[in-house]
Design a protein around this ligand. Structure first.
Ligand SMILES: [Zn+2]
Length: 276
């Protein structure tokens, strides 16, 4: 086991071990804020783009456009394309927003503010679909009834998908991150702010030699970064039960030592044979 394939251990954000380790109490909030502002800007741009597609869909719903501008497709098809792009842009923006909230949650103690902040993607979905729904149901006389029905169904399905993909089902609170830090410090007395996770695992680890990730490639970063990458679950061993993990390692070491002794004995035996 010890000489398994070489694993790689790299920084989650390419920031380097030193930077991650240096991210102490004093500057953690500033750095976390900085690292998520890009995500938030991206989210807002995508939501603006979604609203632009909505406006395009409304325009096509209400105004008869000369077919020569339709690139060979009929106007109803373009309406459906605009509605689908509207939904995709809403959800893409919401995913960035939720990711930013993982590592840098809303600090407000006000429950309403926190709720609105966490569920900003849902608000974006409402803004990106309610006016469209209004125009579709009330102002689309130019559409033939059959097309209107199809477009309404598409819009309803895309709207539900956009809301479903935008809801933050388990928002992170600042307390979650604080609790995680306390747990990490208790588990590892020399905790330097760096945690580890594997590409497909859902836990974060304080010990890069933890037996559950011994043979995995690893990424490391701050606890905020672990949360950002959806590793919000403390490892059952190295974080939750460090004593158990230590015991496991002792046993494992004894086992390996045992094997080495056996090997040595064998070698000695063969030496003996050679002598004899
Ligand atoms: Zn672990």
């Amino acid at each position: 086991m010890a000489e398994g394939r070489k694993r790689t251990i790299k920084a989650a954000t390419g920031s380097g071990r030193e930077k991650a380790a240096k991210q102490d109490k004093k500057n953690k909030e500033i750095i976390a804020g900085k690292s998520t502002s890009g995500l938030r800007v991206g989210a807002i741009l995508l939501w603006v783009l979604a609203i632009a597609f909505e406006v395009a869909a409304i325009y096509l719903l209400t105004i008869k456009v000369d077919p020569k501008f339709m690139l060979g497709l009929n106007q109803s098809t373009w309406i459906i394309v605009a509605i689908v792009l509207d939904g995709i842009a809403v959800v893409a923006g919401s995913l960035l927003w939720k990711k930013a909230n993982r590592s840098n949650p809303c600090q407000s103690k006000n429950k309403v503010v926190k709720f609105l902040w966490d569920q900003m993607g849902v608000i974006a979905a409402l803004v990106a679909f309610i006016p469209l729904g209004y125009y579709l149901l009330k102002k689309s006389d130019k559409l033939n009834p059959k097309m209107k029905k199809i477009i309404t169904i598409v819009a309803a399905v895309v709207f539900l998908g956009a809301v479903g993909g935008s809801v933050d089902y388990a928002p992170t609170s600042p307390e979650d991150i604080e609790e995680a830090k306390v747990a990490a410090m208790e588990a590892a007395p020399g905790f330097d702010g760096v945690v580890y996770w594997s590409p497909f695992g859902k836990s974060y680890h304080v010990d890069e030699e933890c037996h559950t990730i011994r043979n995995s490639d690893l990424e490391f970063g701050t606890i905020e970064e672990a949360f950002e990458f959806k590793r919000e679950d403390p490892c059952d061993f190295c974080v939750e039960q460090p004593e158990k993990e230590a015991l496991y390692k002792e046993k494992q070491a004894a086992k390996e030592a045992g094997k080495e002794v056996e090997v040595e004995v064998e070698e000695e035996a063969s030496d003996d044979e050679m002598i004899n």
